[in-house]
Design a protein around this ligand. Structure first.
Ligand SMILES: CC(C)(COP(=O)(O)OP(=O)(O)OC[C@H]1O[C@@H](n2cnc3c(N)ncnc32)[C@H](O)[C@@H]1OP(=O)(O)O)[C@@H](O)C(=O)NCCC(=O)NCCS
Length: 139
């Protein structure tokens, strides 16, 4: 993935590097959003981010306010692992900004994800359709 110049929208800055993305900042954002994920092991959380092809973050100054993490083969399929926005700035367009940038970066692939009850309306509003043939097995 190529490095991007930060994009600024209102008082928010969108970045695609891992700078400042500490496990504790990520865990705090997940907890507050809320996004239910395993965050108790900081090393594993860091590994998950290090090993993802695309990580986008949105900052209000020094404060992390939004994040999207994606695994992709770049040609057929992309998986949106995590998407979270700080509650006090939800509704400001940050989620849409993140999804638009993911779609642009993963153009030509099908973006799939697991949603939560809180966010299904968001995905529907942004033009996603549900799939009814999904399966999962934990290893
Ligand atoms: C879901 C989430 C990422 C949306 O982010 P956001 O920054 O609040 O969304 P935006 O402000 O960009 O909203 C974009 C559009 O979607 C709409 N929207 C947002 N949340 C919605 C919802 N739950 N239901 C229906 N529409 C919704 C907005 O009204 C807006 O519409 P508009 O652009 O036509 O005016 C955010 O609410 C969040 O972090 N939720 C908790 C964590 C979560 O559920 N993550 C996803 C799990 S996979």
């Amino acid at each position: 993935m190529h490095e991007m110049q930060p994009i600024s929208k209102d008082s928010f800055t969108l970045r695609d590097d891992l700078e400042g993305l500490t496990p504790s900042r990520i865990a705090t954002l997940y907890r507050r959003a809320p996004l239910i994920r395993q965050t108790d092991n900081a090393e594993k959380l860091k590994q998950a981010y290090d090993q993802s092809q695309l990580v986008l973050s949105v900052w209000e100054g020094e404060r992390l306010v939004g994040i999207a993490r994606v695994l992709t083969d770049g040609v057929q399929v992309s998986y949106l692992c995590d998407l979270a926005v700080e509650p006090d700035v939800q509704g400001s367009g940050i989620g849409r900004l993140l999804i638009d940038e993911v779609m642009e970066r993963c153009k030509g692939t099908e973006l799939v994800l697991r949603d939560s009850n809180l966010s299904s309306g968001f995905y529907e509003h942004l033009g996603f359709t549900t799939v009814d043939n999904g399966w999962a097995r934990k290893s």
